[in-house]
Design a protein. Structure first.
Length: 256
């Protein structure tokens, strides 16, 4: 029910001379983990020692539960700041992905110049006027809306957990599911391993027979084939309907 880093495995990968870059998801998608400062510092130290640059994807940084704050990777210490590129955008939080707006923060001037050259060579550093105006409005004027959003999403996640607990109480043991603990993002990571090790098949069954769509976990690597990812950034009534269809699908699913 909880994720942590396998440090021996990570260091062995970073020590490979072919490894030059680590992409860090902070907070983590799909598991919703907010990495604490000590964890980030250890990642930074290992990457520094093995000459591996960190790209910290922090696009979900604003979407934490009330009372939980994320730690920007570059803020941890000088080592982390000088060996990293931080990527973020208002697009997830404020639902403006269609405007194509994002930003990179790079304290190291040499690294910043390299990224600046790459962005301009590929001509992806020229946002449109709507994107600029929307980004300024989002970051400068929309905090009250964001605080309401965070509270609403946390309520949705609490309701989802309550619904799963109620379903599990009535379901046969081999059809029960488990919600992974998380305090960030609007995404749920749900363990279906008691029912199936092929959630691609389960997701197809849910889409075809119960008209509800989730992301199959295999897309995210590792043992993701045991999981489904659920987006709860929607009206609560819509989410409740989606879970009702999920439970009906779990009840009549067969892996045969």
């Amino acid at each position: 029910g909880h994720y942590s880093i396998n440090w021996a495995d990570l260091e062995s990968k970073l020590a490979d001379p072919q490894t030059t870059l680590m992409i860090l998801c902070n907070p983590h998608n799909p598991v919703g983990r907010i990495w604490d400062r000590d964890t980030l510092a250890r990642i930074g130290e290992l990457c520094w020692n093995h000459h591996v640059t960190v790209i910290s994807d922090e696009i979900h940084c604003d979407l934490t539960d009330p009372g939980y704050d994320y730690v920007p990777f570059a803020s941890v210490n000088e080592q982390c700041a000088m060996n990293s590129v931080t990527c973020m955008a208002p697009t997830k939080t404020f639902n403006i992905a269609g405007l194509n707006t994002a930003a990179v923060m790079i304290p190291n001037p040499v690294l910043r110049h390299k990224v600046w050259r790459a962005l301009n060579t590929d001509e992806v550093a020229e946002p449109n006027a709507f994107a600029m105006t929307a980004t300024l409005a989002a970051f400068n004027e929309s905090e009250p809306w964001l605080e309401e959003l965070r509270a609403y999403l946390t309520g949705n996640k609490a309701e989802a957990r309550a619904m799963i607990n109620e379903y599990n109480a009535a379901a046969a043991p081999e059809r029960r599911i488990a919600l992974i603990e998380s305090h960030a993002t609007y995404l749920l990571w749900v363990d279906c391993s008691k029912l199936t090790h092929d959630t691609a098949l389960l997701c197809e069954h849910l889409k075809r027979n119960h008209q509800v769509m989730f992301s199959e976990g295999a897309e995210y690597g590792g043992n993701g084939h045991d999981f489904i990812r659920i987006n709860v950034a929607c009206p609560r009534s819509t989410m409740q309907e989606g879970f009702s269809r999920l439970f009906a699908g779990l009840h009549d699913f067969s892996a045969e």
